[in-house]
Write a protein that binds this ligand. Structure first.
Ligand code: FES
Length: 103
């Protein structure tokens, strides 16, 4: 099973291949924000991938790219939306909105 490490918590949990980072967060009470409920409309689930970007997450689709371009002014080359990024292998991600503003 892939391992996902969430920073700044420095908490590592196991994930199923194909789960989104948001689903992994929800399964383990991590606290990744998701104001739109995970439908790629808000960008509150913004994460910055620290390790594992190229091989261990499914690539961005057009919907995620469009939302990132419109909503994420703090976007980096390693930014992803947690509700869209699907796990393939071990990854480490920095939660951008931390501590969470809502739960
Ligand atoms: S939860 Fe809204 S874009 Fe990911």
């Amino acid at each position: 099973m892939p391992k996902v490490t969430f920073l700044p918590l420095n908490k590592t949990v196991e994930a199923e291949v194909g789960q989104t980072l948001l689903e992994v967060s929800e399964d383990h009470d991590i606290g990744l924000e998701h104001a739109c409920g995970g439908v790629c409309a808000c960008s509150t689930c913004h994460v910055i991938v620290q390790d594992g970007t190229d091989n261990n997450l499914e690539p961005q689709d057009d919907e995620e790219i469009d939302t990132m371009d419109k909503l994420v002014s703090t976007q980096t080359v390693h930014s992803r939306l947690g509700c869209q990024a699907r796990v393939k292998g071990d990854v480490t991600v920095q939660i951008f909105n931390w501590p969470p503003r809502e739960m």
